[in-house]
Design a protein around this ligand. Structure first.
Ligand code: FAD
Length: 273
């Protein structure tokens, strides 16, 4: 694949999950992705899991980008983590504000502060990816302010962005056009969430503010007791979205794998990539 391809894993919480994930990694590695990324619990719940998984995948010869948030940690802890990654030869990070568990208070309010901290602590060692929201971040009062704050992250030193997932291709292209109008010229890679499960996709989308168009939602509702039909429909819908994105000039695809190889594999095979 000439375009960018990456796969995101959720940080495993125990050794059994880690070893399962390494099998998933082996299956996805055949697509020669630019990198795998590993999520980070802003509350600190997966700090060790993120680091362990990152280093294990790296040992298998793949590029890995751990996600990172300030969460409730002191600067020193994040500085140590950055230096650990630097020493281990990690060259890429996904820098996020993260969502703190309720009742916990974050040390920094916005991702921009973390990007500034990374640049201040480790210079240009890391390629920094940031989050982007074609349908606007749920906390944002307006599209305009969301773009302005996105630009702040780019100006602070981010190199590229990965979007929240969406099922409305126009939202992505509109967002990219809007960024260009604001002189934001970093690559904005669309995040792709395969559809394999009705309740799961509903829950995720409610939490992150991604809209499921009514025609998709209604069809998924109808397939609740027919998992094979639901998966076939989800595969067709998401394959078409990917095709439209790539045909329209998106720089590549970033898959939210939910630690499964098959859904992304089927989409990539459909796309003949
Ligand atoms: P920010 O860019 O800081 O933006 C957060 C909100 O604040 C936005 O509404 C923005 O418009 C607003 N804002 C920014 N600056 C200002 C300012 N100066 N004044 C007022 N408002 C401002 N979460 C995790 O916990 N762990 C993960 O591993 C993780 N991985 C992710 C990967 C991707 C690709 C994406 C898209 C999201 C991921 N998330 C993850 C979710 C993310 O942490 C949440 O969406 C979070 O609410 C926002 O993070 P951010 O980095 O986009 O924050």
């Amino acid at each position: 694949m000439n375009q960018h391809l990456s796969f995101e894993f959720s940080a495993p919480r125990n050794p059994v999950e880690i070893s399962k994930l390494l099998t998933v990694h082996d299956r996805l590695k055949v697509f020669s992705p630019e990198f795998f990324s590993v999520t980070y619990g802003a509350g600190g719940s997966t700090k060790d899991g993120t680091k362990d998984t990152t280093l294990k995948i790296q040992k298998l010869g793949s590029s890995v980008a751990p996600h990172l948030s300030f969460g409730g940690d002191e600067s020193r802890i994040i500085e140590d983590l950055l230096h650990d990654y630097q020493k281990a030869g990690i060259r890429r990070l996904v820098a996020l504000r993260g969502d703190m568990p309720s009742g916990q208070i974050a040390k920094m309010k916005f991702a921009r502060e973390l990007i500034e901290f990374i640049r201040h602590t480790t210079g240009n060692h890391f390629h920094i990816d940031i989050a982007a929201y074609p349908e606007t971040h749920p906390d944002s009062p307006s599209v305009e302010s969301d773009i302005d704050f996105f630009k702040d992250k780019v100006d602070a030193g981010a190199n590229s962005a990965i979007t929240q997932y969406f099922y409305n291709v126009d939202a992505y292209f509109r967002f990219v056009d809007n960024c260009m109008a604001h002189n934001i010229d970093i690559p904005i890679v669309p995040g792709i969430m395969p559809i394999t499960n009705y309740k799961g996709i509903l829950r995720f989308s409610k939490n992150c503010g991604a809209e499921i168009p009514r025609w998709i939602l209604k069809q998924l509702e109808g397939y609740q007791s027919k998992p094979d039909s639901l998966k076939a429909f989800g595969l067709e819908v998401v394959t078409n979205i990917c095709k439209k994105l790539l045909d329209g000039g998106a720089p590549g695809l970033h898959f939210y794998t939910l630690n499964q190889a098959l859904p992304s594999t089927k989409i990539l095979r459909n796309l003949k990539l």
